[in-house]
Design a protein around this ligand. Sequence first.
Ligand SMILES: [Zn+2]
Length: 334
Amino acid sequence: MGLLAAAAILTGCDSQPATVKMADTKADAAAKLKASRAAKVKAAAKVKANELGQIPVLMFHRIVPKPATTDDRSPEQFRADLERLVREDYVPITAAEMVAGKIDIPAGKHPVVLTFDDSSPSQLTLNEMGVPQKDTAVAILKEVAAKHPGWRPAATFYVTRDMFGKTVREEQAQALLWLKDNGFEIGNHTRDHLNLRGRSQKEVEEQIGTIAKQISSLSYTNPTTIALPYGNQPRHKDWAMKGKLYNHKGAFLAGYTPAPAPFSKSFDAAGIPRIKAMEKKGDCAQFCSAAWLDWLKNNPDMRYTSDGDVRTVAYPKYKNPYLRKSFATWSLPY
Ligand SMILES: [Zn+2]
């Protein structure tokens, strides 16, 4: 204001010279920016945003009426899993979105990543019109989303050569293109589902590269994330990340904790933990989904909570030392 008043006196008339007008607009813009940042900080604090908090990445296999192993879920169990997530304010994002830090969910909500391994028909079977068969994973995801407006049925499907039970090239293309068209992510789970631990770099590249090429030629999509069979990393973990035919932004393991936020220094893109979907019993008393969701509910300071703005990383100032340098320009401490 002082500057403007002085300029007006110097020119001796009411009309301001162009340079002053420009300064005025610039000051306005700066003030607006400051006000909007203050508003963002206030809003983030109000919902207790915690974008350096942990994210559960849930691991599913088959969805079958009679679970044969502890990896299987029945349609009823899977529905209940999803209903719990809805109730506890989780919104699904894909694995690719997580590793890219593109966590676009409403303020106060928590991200969850739903992953499906082994590309079995119980996850995706379509009729000739492209409609999912009842009680498949995709049908249940869509059903729950339809019941809860705003709840997005996002998920990542980690594909092997099994290709949802399809052996004809055109049918494989139909399955993958349907996933892509419906907003689901197609990830790499290696061609033959071998344990990569102890194998040569050539074998690792062959296992990951050949299925990447097949996925790309069928669906015009290059997978950006991989789930390692049995959760085992190759001798050099980077072999799973980068090869002649692939360039992954994230590699997912099999157990046994929630994952650090991609904005946190604790995040390791080459080894992101997942949680098996299962009740608190036996081996799952502590380290599967029911137990961890209880824990995250009881420890909200540990859990990722969004501020609703995809372009900021909002968190209590106390956590500042954990912010990854590459996200410094997005940071919104409060
Ligand atoms: Zn698997």
